[in-house]
Design a protein around this ligand. Structure first.
Ligand SMILES: O=C(O)C1=C[C@@H](OP(=O)(O)O)[C@@H](O)[C@H](O)C1
Ligand SMILES: C=C(OP(=O)(O)O)C(=O)O
Length: 447
């Protein structure tokens, strides 16, 4: 069982000017998890190119192995998965340890729930705090049993999968691609159709990839911002090649760094610009950021572009709650950009930030305070009082096992007057293991 008592590794970022170069950030984390999972559920050989080799995804690969798949790395970012097919899972002998990964654990809960196997899910101290009832509730309706549960539906927990999976129609209580995906993945082994209705559309990588593997998935609009996704159960999935585009949530860090570090000019290659992931870009452009979209094209079934970013003045904006699902992981680094802007930036509807790897609302406010920046939390809104460009820094941000908090405050330190420290950079390896060397290559002083 994991407690991940790894020694914390503090990092310090110092003022750095003229970040420049051309880089490609690693593959998208959401797509990488899903490639492993659909590989497991397909008979034959699935090939993945550009897989994110971060800790979170490697845990999902381990779990796929434990459930019967042959998973092999054939080169940098190149992986081969020989799956067992829908209905073919084997019962894992050990606890499935997902480390820090919400996505991997929750999606795999859906897979297990739809199969007649029993598995125990666990992870690190951060994952053990995250709410799982939101995933378990619909899975129980689909016939799964939760046979052992920590208080409040958290990990460690054991799921006995359905003997006969029941297709359901489910409206998600919060916009969450993880809930939607868990239900759809369980529905793969149900006779008939499984439907998920979401009031606000969340990232659609599961739907897209299911189709890519040959499943029948219909997506219709529902209400003003919502969607209704219907999957025909028990499809014959066919092995596929998955090409993973660069992760926009990782790209967000060098992108904001280039906006705030004076005289920067850099290009981020092949960044996925799926509209359900691009809320940060929309917001930064509204703030006056100098971002040019070059060579828009398709890669691996997703629209991508090379982004050219040049440093410049930013102004505060009002970010509507309806945009939150399309930039949910980007608020910590948006708050950093907002600290350098002139005027206030109000980010609305951030309740989901409280249940990520850390309470990100609290962690962001505390990190900003450590840098000498004022912010206010009003119900679910975060208001960052922009400084117009001069941020003192000189403090330490507490990261609470949260990779995005660590990277956001290191980015901040590249433009503060005094260095910014983060208490622990180890979790950066969960989603962006090459963050520090890539940033150094652009001229960032992080050590
Ligand atoms: O489905 C996914 O791949 C993800 C969904 C989001 O979580 P929620 O579904 O909880 O919003 C996001 O925060 C996470 O990093 C990845
Ligand atoms: C919330 C995140 O991931 P997960 O839910 O997979 O832990 C994230 O990467 O910011």
């Amino acid at each position: 069982m994991s407690a991940h008592a790894q020694a914390p590794a503090p990092l310090t970022a110092r003022r750095s000017e003229k970040l420049s170069g051309r880089i490609r950030v690693p593959g998208d984390k959401s797509i990488s998890h899903r490639a492993m999972i659909l590989g497991l559920l397909t008979v034959g050989e699935t090939r993945v190119e550009g897989l994110l080799e971060g800790e979170d995804v490697l845990r999902t690969a381990d779990a796929a192995r434990a459930l019967g798949a042959m998973v092999e790395r054939t080169g940098p970012g190149s992986w081969r998965v020989r799956g067992v097919g829908i209905g073919g899972l084997v019962e894992p002998r050990d606890v499935l340890d997902f480390g820090n990964a919400g996505t991997g654990s929750r999606l795999m809960m859906g897979v297990v729930a739809g199969h007649p196997v029993t598995a125990t899910f666990d992870g690190d101290a951060s994952l053990r705090k995250r709410p799982m009832r939101r995933i378990l509730d619909p899975l129980v309706r689909m016939g799964a049993e939760i046979v052992s549960e920590a208080e409040g539906g958290r990990c460690p927990l054991t799921i006995r999968g359905a003997r006969e999976t029941i297709p359901i129609t489910y409206e998600t209580p919060v916009p969450s691609a993880q809930i939607k995906s868990a239900v759809l993945l369980a529905g793969l082994n149900a006779p008939g159709t499984t439907t998920v209705i979401e009031r606000e559309a969340s990232r659609d990588h599961t739907e897209r990839m299911l189709r890519h593997f040959g499943a029948e998935v219909a997506v219709e609009p529902a209400g003003e911002h919502g969607r209704r996704v219907t999957l025909v159960g028990q499809p014959e999935l066919r092995p596929a090649v998955v090409v993973v585009p660069a992760d926009p949530s990782s790209a967000a860090f060098p992108l904001v760094a280039a906006l705030i570090a004076p005289d920067s000019d850099l290009v981020l290659e092949g960044v996925m610009i799926n509209p359900l992931r691009s809320g940060l870009l929309t917001t930064l452009v509204e703030m006056g950021a100098d971002i040019t979209f070059l060579d828009r094209r398709e890669e691996g079934g997703e629209e991508v572009a090379d982004l050219r970013i040049r440093a410049g003045a930013l102004r505060g904006v009002d970010v509507p709650a309806a945009r939150a699902p399309s930039m949910i992981d980007e608020y910590p680094v948006l708050a950093v950009a907002a600290a350098f802007a002139s005027g206030d930036t109000r980010m609305r509807g951030l309740h989901e930030l409280r249940v990520k790897e850390s309470d990100r609302l609290a962690a962001v406010a505390a990190g900003l305070a450590a840098a000498g920046v004022d912010s206010t939390i009003e119900a679910d809104d975060l208001i960052v009082h922009g400084t117009g460009g001069r941020v003192r820094g000189g403090g330490t941000a507490a990261t609470h096992l949260d990779h995005r908090i660590a990277m956001a405050f290191l980015v901040m330190g590249l433009a503060t007057e005094k260095p910014m420290k983060v208490d622990d950079g180890t979790m950066i390896a969960t989603s962006f293991p090459t963050f520090v060397p890539l940033m150094r290559g652009l001229g960032a002083d992080i050590a």
